[in-house]
Design a protein around this ligand. Structure first.
Ligand SMILES: C[S@@+](CC[C@H](N)C(=O)[O-])C[C@H]1O[C@@H](n2cnc3c(N)ncnc32)[C@H](O)[C@@H]1O
Length: 404
């Protein structure tokens, strides 16, 4: 990180350095996004913050916290902002809606749509919109329109948008986002699926939506009418380990899981390479059915050897009816050219649940070991194909994932 003393002298060089870092990370792939990031003075949107933090490519800055200390608004990292703008493929003249304001990302979008385009940014928090308005004005982006409101209901009185870029973690896709999108429009949304987030670029597909790209991401959660509280089923004492469970998920038996942990322990190796962990994670969570959820364990339990390190940051776990469970591990194995995937399973049915999990690991390694192998569909409730679809249930529809 460059040490900076004088913002007036150094910010253009810092922007140029950030652009080349974002290019080398693969976050910026087009000249248009590179030019926008090089043009907007990011530091004017977080006055008083050290420039080296503002211009670090992969660093988010918290703008506001709730009374419990959780972030409710942040300046997202330039990395995720660039990735999402690349996914959006914004061209001059477009009308773009940004959900979640801050000013900086709206200014980047204003650069991309040019003088003939329009940018509207909506935030639920009037303190944030006021702040965003002031920052946009001071940076010379008076033409960005900033409004207060709950984006769950779209932006009343506005025509359809060519792009909707959502910058808060959504649990679902409210109908207003689809109806306020032009027929050939694109919605870019960080969508929460079974305890993980993927930023998905969707386009219209029949009565619903289909993804054109998706990537791992993380965002502050959506507030308002679309808010969703994820349930964490505490299994161990003091919440030392547990499952992250979605609305509508089966009821898991904490006592059965606790008993399984001290029962038989089985280790199995798949013989398959462990690669592209985020793609494999999505495959396991969506192909493993409702009994595949995210397992989390605290550091102390990993250090004591109760859980493998994979459980620390969260790992898909397959749970059987009697509480037996299996989760993914890895080891170095030159025979597979790097790491090999495997499982640890506990409980009376440990062998069975381990075999089922290993089959999934082998299936992914054989048929889908690449980026973008999934197509994520969204089928709204009430449409003609609603009942023909199996997938992850949401309030307004179903997420159905196909792998090719
Ligand atoms: C990560 S911040 C936005 C960052 C911003 N786009 C930037 O340029 O840095 C997420 C924002 O979403 C807002 N938000 C959360 N729920 C919302 C909702 N239902 N409608 C509109 N805004 C919402 C929060 O108040 C927060 O300011």
């Amino acid at each position: 990180m460059t040490t900076v003393r004088d913002s007036r002298d150094f910010s253009p060089q810092l922007r140029a350095a950030m652009v080349s870092e974002l290019r080398s990370m693969g976050a910026i792939t087009s000249d248009r996004v590179a030019q926008a990031v090089a043009a907007v003075p990011r530091h004017l949107f977080v006055p008083g913050q050290p420039l080296e933090a503002v211009y670090a490519a992969d660093h988010a800055l918290v703008i506001k916290r709730d009374p419990d200390g959780a972030a409710t608004s942040s300046l997202s990292s330039a990395h995720i902002q660039s990735v999402m703008l690349e996914q959006a493929e914004i061209v001059p003249g477009m009308r773009v809606l940004e959900i979640g304001s801050g000013g900086y990302n709206a200014a980047l979008i204003a650069e991309l749509v040019g003088e003939t385009g329009e940018v509207v940014s909506i935030d639920i928090d009037p303190e944030i919109t006021e702040r965003a308005r002031a920052c946009l004005d001071s940076a010379g982006y008076e033409r960005v329109k900033v409004v207060v409101g709950d984006a769950e209901h779209g932006v009343p009185g506005e025509d359809a948008f060519d792009r909707i870029v959502v910058t808060a973690g959504a649990w679902d896709i409210p109908p207003a986002w689809r109806t306020q999108l032009t027929a050939r429009g694109r919605l870019i949304v960080p969508l929460r699926l079974k305890g993980v987030t993927r930023t998905i670029a969707f386009e219209a597909d029949g009565e619903g939506l289909a993804s054109v790209s998706y990537l791992l991401s993380g965002f502050v959660p959506m507030q308002g009418d679309g808010q969703h509280h994820e349930r964490v089923l505490a299994v161990g004492d003091d919440e030392s380990w547990g499952l992250r469970v979605d609305e509508g998920a089966p009821d898991f038996d904490a006592a059965g899981l606790r008993a399984a942990l001290v029962h038989t322990r089985v280790e199995r190796w798949s013989g398959a390479a462990f690669d592209l962990p985020d793609e494999l994670e999505l495959f396991l969570l969506t192909r493993g059915g409702p009994h595949m959820v995210m397992l989390h364990a605290r550091q102390a339990l990993v250090e004591q050897g109760v859980f493998a390190p994979s459980a620390l940051r969260g790992v898909p776990v397959l749970v059987s009816d009697d509480g037996s469970f299996a989760y993914r591990i890895k080891r170095e194995n030159p025979d597979v050219g790097g790491f090999e995937s495997g499982v640890i399973a506990h409980g009376p049915a440990a062998g069975q649940v381990a075999d089922e999990y290993v089959d999934l690991l082998r299936h992914w390694a054989r048929d889908h070991p690449r980026r973008g192998a999934a197509t994520i569909g969204y089928i709204p409730t009430g449409g003609p194909t609603e009942h023909a679809v199996e997938g992850i249930p949401k309030r307004h529809g179903t997420v159905a994932i196909t792998w090719c």
